[in-house]
Design a protein around this ligand. Structure first.
Ligand code: COA
Ligand code: ZN
Length: 316
């Protein structure tokens, strides 16, 4: 069975988009439950400015409160040196840095030019050094930008290359606003894998236009083994109002299990964790498997079918 590595992002990419503040204790309890599910990585929180992302203003308390499970890596989003220092103080396994490969998207999300972002992130890589803490860089809008449109492939490859030169362990190709389509994903994934075989490569899809599971198949065709996804499909996108969020973790695991992949995950535990979300966030999630059940969760045959077959037998 081919092994895949799944990385949970709901408590960062998901929670940062929620309007109401989720209690620190509730966040900790959810992450502790997720630690028992078999994830390769959990993106716990974000060490950004509490003014920029108030939903995650309790990053230190959450990191201090969770019970770490061996075999699970605990990663956090780090926007700048200040964030890196705070995160290192919490004993993280990995820092996840972000910038966009699209100039207008980077300016609107991070209020900097891409060059300014790169300079800042290079400093962060310097602070983290080559010690025990790994660095991953999540590149936003690699499959399209809601303002610019397509981002040239050569530009994407050049940004991956600049971070590879800094010595980061991994790069994530993010479809931040759900513009990717399967054949595009397969082609770009192959190009990045061939050019940078030493990088730990992750694909990160949003289901904004309903293509996230199809895009996963495109990535699998190119040999990708590592995927971000979000419990319940939490997550959002300010440029596609009302659209659903990240690819839903349980929908993804359900599909990959049926296809015979080894995801390392206990689907029933993931589903139980997902069932807690509406109580935490105050609204339903876009999870399909939570609504419909697993493929072979069978239903009893209705009573009227029994009586019908008895009538047929009687007439014979
Ligand atoms: N942790 C805590 N506080 C921070 C911080 C950090 N990592 N970085 C900046 N701050 C504080 C500063 O101390 C300053 O506080 P003050 O107003 O009380 O003096 C304030 O935030 C502004 O700092 P500045 O250096 O001017 O940063 P900025 O306003 O340009 O913000 C970011 C830069 C990146 C920190 C901010 O835009 C941000 O966090 N954005 C969120 C990006 C994000 O996570 N998006 C979603 C993921 S894709
Ligand atoms: Zn995302």
């Amino acid at each position: 069975m081919k092994r895949l590595y799944l990385q949970e992002v709901a408590t960062r990419d998901g929670f940062q988009n929620e309007k109401s503040f989720i209690d620190t204790e509730q966040k900790i309890a959810l992450i502790d439950a997720l630690s028992q599910c078999g994830y390769a990585k959990i993106e716990v929180t974000s060490f950004t400015s509490p003014k920029a992302i108030p939903a995650l203003r309790d990053a230190e308390a959450v990191m201090a409160g969770i019970q770490r499970q061996s075999g699970v890596e605990y990663t956090v989003l780090v926007p700048n040196v200040r964030g890196a220092e705070r995160a290192l103080g919490c004993g993280i396994d990995e820092a996840n840095l972000v910038m966009s490969v699209s100039e207008p998207h980077n300016r609107s999300n991070l209020r900097m030019t891409r060059e300014q972002s790169f300079a800042q992130l290079r400093e962060v890589v310097g602070v983290i050094g080559r010690g025990p803490v790994a660095v991953n860089v999540s590149l936003s809008t690699v499959f399209g930008c809601p303002m610019q449109g397509d981002v040239p492939v050569d530009e994407v490859l050049a940004w991956v290359g600049r971070f590879a030169e800094l010595g980061v362990r991994g790069v994530t190709l993010c479809d931040t606003t759900g513009m990717a389509y399967p054949t595009q994903v397969e082609t770009l994934s192959r190009q990045v894998r061939e050019r940078f075989p030493e990088l730990q490569l992750t694909l990160h899809f949003h289901n904004t236009r309903g293509m996230a599971l199809a895009n996963t198949l495109g990535a699998l065709q190119a040999g990708i083994e590592r995927f971000d996804a979000s419990l319940g499909g939490l997550g959002g996108c300010p440029y596609a109002p009302g659209a659903s969020g990240n690819v839903c973790m349980e929908d993804l695991v359900h599909m990959l299990d049926l296809m015979g992949y080894d995801t390392g995950l206990h689907l029933d535990r993931v589903l139980a964790a997902s069932a807690r979300l509406p109580g935490l966030i105050g609204h339903a999630t876009p999870s399909q498997i939570l609504k419909a059940g697993k493929r072979l969760d069978l239903h009893p045959i209705p009573a009227h079918v029994h009586s019908l077959s008895q009538q047929v037998a009687h007439h014979d």
